[in-house]
Design a protein around this ligand. Sequence first.
Ligand SMILES: Nc1ncnc2c1ncn2[C@@H]1O[C@H](COP(=O)(O)OP(=O)(O)O)[C@@H](O)[C@H]1O
Ligand SMILES: [Mg+2]
Length: 616
Amino acid sequence: MNYLSITHDPQTLGASISDIDRYSKDIVRSGTCLSWKDLSVKFSKGKESKKILRRCSGISYSSEILAIMGSSGSGKTSLITLLADQFTSHSNLKFTGSVFLNGILLGKKYFSEYVKFVNQENILMPTLTAREIMTFSAQLQCCGTKKDITEYVSHIIDEMNISQFADKLIGDFMIRGLSGGEKKLVSIANELIAQPSVLILDEPTSGLDSFNALRVMKILKQQAQLGKNIIISIHQPSSEIFNMFDRLMLLSGGKVVFQGETLTAYPYFTNIDFVCPTSVNPCDFFDKICFVKNFFALTDNEKFKMQVLRNAYKSIQKPKIEVEIERQSLFPKSLDRKIIKPGDFFKIKVLIKRSFVNSKRHPILFTLRVIQAIGIAGFNAIIFNNIGYDLVSVQNRNGLLAFTVTYVCLLSTQVQLLALHSEQKQYTKEIKENSFGIIQYFLAKFLAELPVQILFTFLVCLIQYFSVPLNSANAGKFMIFFITNLLLHMIGAGLGYFSGGLASSSEEALILGGAIGIPMMMFAGYYSNIDSVFKGFFWLKYFSPHNYGFEILVVNEYTDLKLNDNVFDPIKQLNIKGNISTNLGGLVGLEFFYVGITLVMLKIKEQTQIKRRALR
Ligand SMILES: Nc1ncnc2c1ncn2[C@@H]1O[C@H](COP(=O)(O)OP(=O)(O)O)[C@@H](O)[C@H]1O
Ligand SMILES: [Mg+2]
């Protein structure tokens, strides 16, 4: 490291490197220090390639607020999500560099125990209250009796001064709930549950009015004064908020152009001939310094400005920061927090409860289920009422059975995708933070849904079966109809979990769910004669729940049903050779198969994420 290139004035810019060196080990401040070295993010797709973040190094200390400022697109979110281990890399987006906590390279374990993150947008589940969300979080992260957890949550609610709305639903565009400022305070309170040493927030004041923005910042200042290390990204703060920052990092086009104590920013820029006019507030002035129209197509003036800023940063501040980062690694302080985490089974129990409450209160999920159970089943009951026993009745019965097999499975996939959608942002973050595993989450979801699936499938079957009526020769007929539909319902849900787990967004999951689910219908044996379709796809019938389901329902329906004498045997006409028990076995096997590949796929996904972190 070239310390000798420092040319700044120690009077205006604080202690020089040689001063700092003299303090040796004592300079390593108490509390938790987060530092990062050469963080870069590169986007490349085909011939297009751009550097979003360029070798960004920095440091933040406990009991301080570090504000990362820069205009829109300067790389604040990219940097902050890397610091919080929330960055989602994919084939087009690659990152390099290292993050250290007290000089120790951060691994997956340390991130979740010491560093917490608050997203820019609200990701809290809209169907829960703040107190419920915090209680579930506490149960997933801390050990204690029910009374301990309740008291602990109440303590944080009081500390954050949010008790007046702690028992209202969070809400969204469908559910009336909290204001943006209130949601932000709840998000912060929820992260404080784990008592993180470092709290990272992406634009905590964006979208808030000045009163609420100030309220949020006051809470963060209070937390910093209690010893936490707070890092925020922020765009155009008011001067009142700006004055709360202890440290400042200015980004422009993914590059650092200033970093240091907030009070030194003004003299620093004056020193390099960026003089703030008296009529302009310094905070707006810093924003203006960083501003360029398009980072990827700079004008000549902008290029010149950036060159001056970067040269000054490289010669004056960068060496000093590098020494500070280096010193953290030379004198690492142990991370010895001992947290007793709840057991896996307890976590699944908490997740089941949370998932159950969410789907119970979710307005669309509930409506969809009612439509499914009462609407479609009732509609079928009316259309096919008094179905008769002639040739036309056979056509109607076949249609009704094929339709039932299809919609029970498809709607179940849809309902699960919707349910996942309402939780996706929160559970993705929680899984990244290691609050629970991806398999635990989906297992809990499956178990939480099971009683609801049984209830709604029973309602569908009851309404449809007896009002049409379908073959009621004995009670066993209804039971087979019900069990088949329940299995189809569960397989449909499994397909929803598979698509939801595989896809990286809800939109992708919806497309994937449809792309897998809909072609399977073709193999029900109703829309086509399976034996005569293109042989290359013949094997797909073994993976089609509709195929097994339809065969069971047809055999169940027409065995022991007295049709008119002139009607040819529908089972033979549909070319169905299998019996009920083999097909039921097929459905059970398929359920295990779908659950199995979903779990394997989730495990691979989890391992890949861990590997990606380790490779960093
Ligand atoms: N996933 C992505 N794919 C391609 N470009 C991205 C992606 N994420 C961010 N960018 C680009 O990186 C730049 C910085 O983005 P971001 O970190 O969100 O900046 P800020 O938070 O300062 O507005 C922007 O030009 C943005 O378009
Ligand atoms: Mg941003």
